[in-house]
Ligand binder design. Structure first.
Ligand code: HEM
Length: 225
């Protein structure tokens, strides 16, 4: 922090914190394919996402499974088997309540809301078990699931809405207050919690990123299921 202004040093752009979150983000960005982000290093598999042909049925599956996962994450934070989980309650990033409103809206439009499918069910069981004995790995899933939605998730939502919802903006993509500030607050909390981790524990967290991509990727693909 520069003494005169209290502002972050200029060598940090708005997404850089100088702490462990930068490492989490860097591992995550490399796991994107090149069509997903210019920072991605993986080859594209299947159709590049901007060419996806979503259907309402597929999108509803995605929203239902997403809600299940966000409900599970929030439940884990509330129960707080490890005290650091409590830091991440009420961050303003929570999505389950907004998703419930969206699903109600679809119902009012005459759509049948499907039951959750294996992508969401399997992921929920997995993170719930993990959270009981592996806080570093659990926090990796918390970060990736919540932050992915504010980045790529939002782009995808916009595109899907334009294609199949006459551009209607769902509550899933709305936050109370300034989203970049909410994200920055959570980045600072993540950095603070990780300050108490050994290098091995930090690596344990980073190594879990791939699993988070796999599970979240399967949930995203429900959009075109
Ligand atoms: C960030 C796209 C899937 C995790 C980003 C960014 C883009 C992007 C463009 C950079 C945003 C920016 O810095 O301005 C996509 C697309 C996806 C996808 C198009 C799928 C079609 C995923 C998945 C995960 C994920 C499956 C893992 C759960 C992240 C994370 C960030 C990110 C953690 C960093 C966010 C931040 O720094 O605030 N994504 N992504 N993404 N993505 Fe993805």
């Amino acid at each position: 922090v520069t003494a005169a202004t209290g502002a972050a040093p200029e060598r940090f752009n708005k997404r850089q914190t100088g702490g462990f979150v930068d490492e989490m983000r860097s591992v995550a960005m490399k796991l994107h394919s090149k069509d997903q982000s210019k920072e991605g290093e993986k080859e594209t598999q299947g159709k590049p996402w901007p060419k996806w042909e979503p259907t309402i049925d597929g999108y509803l599956k995605f929203l239902v499974d997403s809600k299940l996962v966000y409900d599970t994450l929030d439940k884990i934070l509330l129960k707080a088997d490890f005290p650091e989980y409590a830091e991440f309650r009420n961050t303003g990033l929570e999505r389950a309540g907004n998703l419930a409103k969206d699903l109600n809206w679809f119902k009012e439009q005459g759509h049948v809301i499907p039951e959750p499918l294996s992508p969401g069910l399997d992921y929920s069981v997995y993170v719930e078990e993990l959270s009981k004995n592996d806080p570093q790995a659990f926090i990796c899933h918390f970060y990736n699931t919540y932050f992915a939605h504010t980045a790529g998730g939002r782009m995808i939502g916009k595109k899907v809405a334009a294609k199949i919802l006459n551009g209607k903006e769902l509550e899933f993509y709305k936050w109370d207050g300034d989203l970049s500030q909410l994200l920055q607050n959570v980045r600072e909390k993540l950095n603070k919690v990780a300050e108490n981790w050994t290098r091995d524990e930090k690596n344990r967290c980073l190594q879990e990123t791939e699993k988070s991509f796999k599970f979240n990727g399967e949930i995203l693909h429900l959009i075109v299921a």
